[in-house]
Write a protein that binds this ligand. Structure first.
Ligand code: 13P
Length: 249
């Protein structure tokens, strides 16, 4: 049985003081969750959020990391810095980072290998644009993203990875993929992992859906056999997030 994982991606929202406030609002609402709950927060919010959630069931995630250990990389943050601040999970390859900051599949592969080497739980994002979907290359595109991201990753390490399928056209648009569309791609991703690593890894790896997931549509999405959780943007910044976390209550 794969444990469901519900992660908030705060993106570039919440000052450190606002972040503390949001933690205080959410903590009592999510404390009885039987899902794995993660707040992925801006770098500057990591320390205050880690302080707020200390001793609770909430995991702290970062929204990015750099693949070098240390040195002259102005503005970047290493895996050791994240670990020392209490981070356990880290998002990589979000479409916003691919689009605005020109991250490539090769960068994401290096980030994935570094996160695994250091013992962080990676959340690797993939997903197609509307144009790619309409062209009929969604499956090919996502399979390519996965294959490059996982190059050089062992079958044992791959089991620790969380993949987030986020169709770009569904992010921040209020236009969720239907549960059938999301399930179909999440299954294709699991089949791709099966081809690369075999049944054991394919059955262990967790695949989230992300893109306008909210309290209203989460149950239908999370009921699908290959959807093991959600990566939530907008709805993670309010009390609604707790309804998603407690979707099965
Ligand atoms: P929204 O939930 O705001 O559509 O964002 C999804 C997302 O990009 C999570 O990483």
């Amino acid at each position: 049985m794969r444990k469901k994982i519900i992660a908030g991606n705060w993106k570039m929202n919440m000052t450190p003081s606002e972040a503390r406030e949001l933690c205080r609002t959410l903590l009592p609402l999510v404390k009885d969750a039987d899902t794995e709950v993660v707040f992925c927060v801006p770098a500057i919010d990591i320390v205050p959020v880690a302080e707020e959630v200390k001793g609770t069931n909430i995991h702290v995630g970062a929204e990015n990391l750099y693949f070098e250990d240390k040195g002259a990389y102005t503005g970047e943050i290493s895996a050791d810095m994240l670990l020392d601040s209490g981070v356990t999970h880290v998002i990589m390859g979000h479409s916003e980072r691919r689009g605005y900051f020109h991250e490539t599949d090769e960068d994401i592969n290096r980030k994935l290998r570094k996160a695994l080497e250091k013992g962080l739980t990676p959340i690797v994002c993939c997903g197609e644009s509307l144009e790619q979907r309409e062209q009929g290359i969604c499956f090919d595109w996502v399979r390519m993203q996965i294959k490059i991201a996982f190059r050089g990753v062992s079958a044992e390490d791959a089991k620790r990875v969380v993949i987030a399928y986020e169709p770009i056209w569904a992010i921040g648009t209020g236009k969720t993929a239907t549960a059938e569309q999301a399930q179909e791609v999440c299954k294709a991703i699991r089949d791709c992992i099966r081809e690369l690593y075999g049944d054991d890894t394919a059955e262990a790896i967790r695949i989230q859906y992300g893109g306008s997931m909210n309290a209203g549509n989460c149950r239908e999405l999370l009921a699908k056999p290959d959807i093991d959780g959600g990566l939530i943007g907008g709805a993670s910044l309010k009390a609604e997030f707790a309804e998603i976390v407690n979707y099965n209550k």
